[in-house]
Design a protein around this ligand. Structure first.
Ligand SMILES: Cc1cc2nc3c(=O)[nH]c(=O)nc-3n(C[C@H](O)[C@H](O)[C@H](O)COP(=O)(O)OP(=O)(O)OC[C@H]3O[C@@H](n4cnc5c(N)ncnc54)[C@H](O)[C@@H]3O)c2cc1C
Length: 411
C-alpha cells in the first residue's frame, strides 16, 4: 500500500492550488453576490451562466487544468484515482473550482460512463462537447414515487419498440437540470426481461433534453438554496422516443454501468468534502483567534480547542481512508473496493458536517449568513449523506460483505 503521490500529481495539485488561490478565490465572493442579486430564485427559466465562469474555464483550460478526473492521458489528466484525489481535495475548497476545471458532478461521472461504455457515435455526439465544457448533462435515476435507495424499485421504463426505445416515468433530484447548457440526460429505467436476473432489468439511455415528451416540472431547493444556475430538477418523460442506438452498452446493462460510474465519483465527492472540511477548520481557527469574549480569544474558551483537535483527527482519518479506497480502486477496480468506497461515502460527508457545524458555532450568528462559505459546505455535507445512496444503504453493503466473509470463514 503506497499513498505517495506521483511527481505529476504533486505538480498538478500545486498548479490547481495556485489557480484557485490566485484566480478563483479573489472573484468567488463577487460571483455569489451577483448571482443572488439577479433575484431569479426558483424561476429556473431565467437562469444564466455567469460570464466569470467562462472566463475562468478558458484560463484553466489554457493552463491544462482541465478534465483532470479522467485517467486518459490525451483526453484527461492522465492521473490515477489516487493521484486525482489530491487535486479533488483542492477543488473542494471552492464551490466554483470543480466546474472551472470541468471536473464537477454529475458531468464527470456521466463523461466516465460515456468514455468507458459509450459507442463511437455516442462519444462523438455527447462526450466530445462535454469534454470541451460546451454542454452539460444530468443523471436521472431517482424517482419521487418510489424509495430510490433501492434501485430495483425503479418504476420508470425504457422499452424497446422496433428500432426505438420508449421512455416513460418521472424522475427528480436530477442535478444540473436547470442549467441552460444542460443538453442530455442519462435516463435509467426498467427494461423487463424474464430471462435475466434482477440486476439486468435496467438500462441507461441517452436522451436529449429537448426531445418531445421531456418536461421539466420544477427545481427543488436544498434548505431554500436553488443552486442557480444548476439546480436539482423534477422531470417527466412522457412517451419519449429515442433511437435504440441511444442505449448505453446494451439493454439491461444499467446496474453494471452504475457500479462503474459511482466508484470513482464517490471518491471525488469525498476528497472534495475533505478539502471543504480543511477550509472550514481554517475559518474556525481564524475566527476563534480574531474575536474575544470574557477576556480571552474565543478559541481559548470552553471546549473550543478540543473541537479543533477533534476536527484535525477526524479529517486526517477521513483522508487516509479515502486515499486507501482510491488506492484499492486503482489496484482492484470498483468491485474490489466496494467496502472501502462505501465506507468513505459514509465517513467523509459526516466529518464535513461535524467540522462545519463546529465552525458555524465558533462564528456565532455570522456562521449562518452568506458572508462565509460555511452554509454552503453544510448543504454539501447534508446532501451527500443522501445523494449517491444514503448512509444506511452503504452500511448495509459493508455489513453484507463482512457477513459473507464470516460465512466462508466458518465453512
Ligand atoms: C442534493 C441532492 C442531489 C442529488 N442528485 C441526484 C442526481 O443527480 N441524480 C439522481 O438520480 N439522484 C440524485 N439524488 C437523489 C439521491 O440519490 C436519493 O435521494 C437517494 O438515493 C435516496 O433515495 P430516496 O430519496 O428515494 O430515499 P428513500 O429510498 O425513500 O430512503 C429514505 C430513507 O430511508 C432510509 N433507508 C433506506 N434504505 C435503508 C436501509 N437499507 N437501511 C436502513 N435505512 C434505510 C434512509 O434513512 C434513507 O435516507 C440527489 C439527492 C440530493 C439530496
Amino acid at each position: 500500500m503506497d499513498f505517495e503521490p506521483s511527481p505529476k500529481a504533486r505538480e498538478t495539485r500545486d498548479r490547481a492550488r495556485r489557480f484557485i488561490r490566485e484566480r478563483i478565490a479573489p472573484v468567488e465572493g463577487r460571483y455569489w453576490r451577483e448571482l443572488a442579486a439577479r433575484g431569479n430564485g426558483e424561476d429556473w427559466t431565467r437562469w444564466q451562466v455567469h460570464p466569470l465562469v467562462d472566463e475562468l474555464k478558458a484560463a484553466a483550460q489554457a493552463e491544462g487544468l482541465w478534465n483532470l478526473f479522467l485517467p486518459d492521458p490525451v483526453l484527461g489528466g492522465g492521473l490515477s484515482t489516487l493521484d486525482y484525489a489530491l487535486v479533488a481535495e483542492e477543488t473542494g475548497r471552492s464551490f466554483l473550482a470543480p466546474e472551472v476545471f470541468n471536473c464537477n458532478a454529475p458531468d464527470s461521472g456521466n463523461m466516465e460512463v460515456l468514455y468507458k461504455y459509450g459507442s463511437e457515435a455516442q462519444k462523438a455526439r455527447w462526450l466530445t462537447p462535454l469534454l470541451a465544457g460546451e454542454i452539460r448533462s444530468v443523471f436521472a435515476m431517482t424517482e419521487p414515487g418510489v424509495a430510490s435507495s433501492d434501485a430495483t424499485n425503479m418504476a420508470a421504463t425504457a422499452t424497446l419498440d422496433g428500432d426505438e426505445v420508449v421512455l416513460r416515468g418521472r424522475k427528480w433530484w436530477a442535478s444540473g437540470l436547470g442549467n441552460p447548457r444542460a443538453k442530455v440526460a442519462i435516463f435509467m429505467g426498467r427494461t423487463a426481461d424474464a430471462s435475466k436476473d434482477r440486476h439486468h432489468q435496467h438500462s441507461m439511455v441517452l436522451v436529449p433534453l429537448d426531445a418531445p415528451g421531456v418536461r421539466i416540472e420544477r427545481m427543488l431547493p436544498v434548505f431554500g438554496e436553488w443552486d442557480e444556475p444548476h439546480g436539482h430538477g423534477e422531470v417527466t418523460f412522457d412517451d419519449v422516443r429515442v433511437p435504440a442506438s441511444s442505449v448505453i452498452a446494451g439493454l439491461g446493462m444499467g446496474f453494471e454501468i452504475a457500479q462503474g460510474r459511482l466508484g470513482p465519483g464517490r471518491i471525488h465527492h469525498c476528497m472534495r468534502c475533505i478539502g471543504a472540511a480543511e477550509a472550514a477548520l481554517e475559518l474556525m481557527i481564524d475566527r476563534g483567534l480574531a474575536r474575544t469574549a470574557f477576556g480571552k480569544p474565543l478559541l481559548n474558551l470552553g471546549g473550543n480547542r478540543e473541537r479543533v483537535a477533534e476536527a484535525r483527527i477526524a479529517i486526517d482519518q477521513a483522508r487516509l481512508l479515502t486515499l486507501y479506497a482510491a488506492w484499492k480502486l486503482d489496484a482492484l477496480g470498483a468491485m474490489g473496493a466496494m467496502t472501502e468506497v462505501s465506507a468513505i461515502k459514509v465517513v467523509a460527508p459526516r466529518v464535513l458536517q461535524q467540522v462545519v457545524d463546529d465552525a458555524i458555532q465558533m462564528h456565532g450568528g455570522a456562521g449562518l449568513t452568506r458572508d462565509t462559505p460555511l452554509g454552503g459546505f453544510f448543504i454539501q455535507a447534508r446532501s451527500l449523506r443522501l445523494a449517491d445512496g444514503p448512509d444506511e444503504v452503504h452500511k448495509g453493503l459493508i455489513a453484507r460483505i463482512e457477513l459473507a466473509k464470516a460465512r466462508t470463514r466458518d465453512a
